[in-house]
Design a protein around this ligand. Structure first.
Ligand SMILES: [Zn+2]
Length: 229
């Protein structure tokens, strides 16, 4: 009898400990939610924020009693039930409250419009320009002039709307070797170019040669070829 109690509840625990477990799990769930909100979307790719918390929570709640002799079963069962209850409850709630859903799961963000990167929006998504350019290369974007707009989706994936061929304009080339040829305004002169950081056209630059969008002084030759189907 005593052995069974140790197995299910733990040697030194009273039954009230199970209630404490439910409370602990609820608090840790909330803590995990705050933690997830503080990291960018990049970190939670493929999963929604809630799904990821469930996976992490269930992982340790299920795993610990399997291998630790001093981890009794019932607190884990309570924790698992509580994780699923929080998930189910928050899911129901967010389905009815779009603003809460937007807060927890995030929103789709436009990070590029008409060939110029919105560095502020990108930064809010926790994504660097280099990462973003890498994602665009995966989507076969050769230069930013080919892109009408780009978005960071809720799961952190980048999606793109392309310009029709006849609307492709000169834009920032995304090949790393082209980006590496960044030079200051004084060297570029008036030749067609783009800000190496955000893609703004050089002809919009101020008298001091700084990018009007991001204040950067590093320019590369614009590319203007059409997309290869
Ligand atoms: Zn710029």
């Amino acid at each position: 009898m005593n052995d069974a109690r140790t197995l299910f509840l733990g040697e030194d625990n009273a039954w009230i400990f199970l209630l404490e477990c439910a409370l602990r799990t609820g608090l840790m769930f909330l803590f995990a939610l705050v933690l997830m909100k503080m990291t960018g979307k990049k970190e939670v790719r493929q999963f929604s924020v809630l799904e990821l918390i469930v996976i992490i929570g269930l992982g340790s709640a299920l795993g610990d009693p399997m291998i630790y002799t001093d981890a009794p079963l019932l607190p884990s069962v309570v924790a698992i039930a509580m994780v699923l209850l929080c998930y189910w409850g928050l899911n129901k709630w967010t389905n009815r409250a779009p603003r809460l859903e937007a807060f927890i799961e995030g929103e789709v963000t436009r990070v590029l419009h008409n060939g110029v990167v919105d560095l502020v929006a990108l930064d809010k998504e926790g994504m660097s320009a280099a990462e973003f350019f890498g994602d665009l290369r995966v989507l076969h974007v050769e230069h930013l002039g080919q892109v009408k707009s780009a978005y960071v989706e809720i799961d952190g994936e980048v999606s793109v709307f392309f310009h029709a061929d006849e609307e492709v304009r000169p834009g920032l080339p995304l090949a790393p070797e082209a980006l590496a040829e960044e030079v200051p305004f004084a060297v570029m002169g008036d030749s067609p170019g783009c800000c190496a950081r955000c893609g703004s056209p050089i002809q919009d630059s101020k008298a001091d040669g700084l990018c009007p969008q991001c204040g950067h002084d590093g320019w590369v030759k614009a590319a203007s070829f059409k997309r290869v189907a």
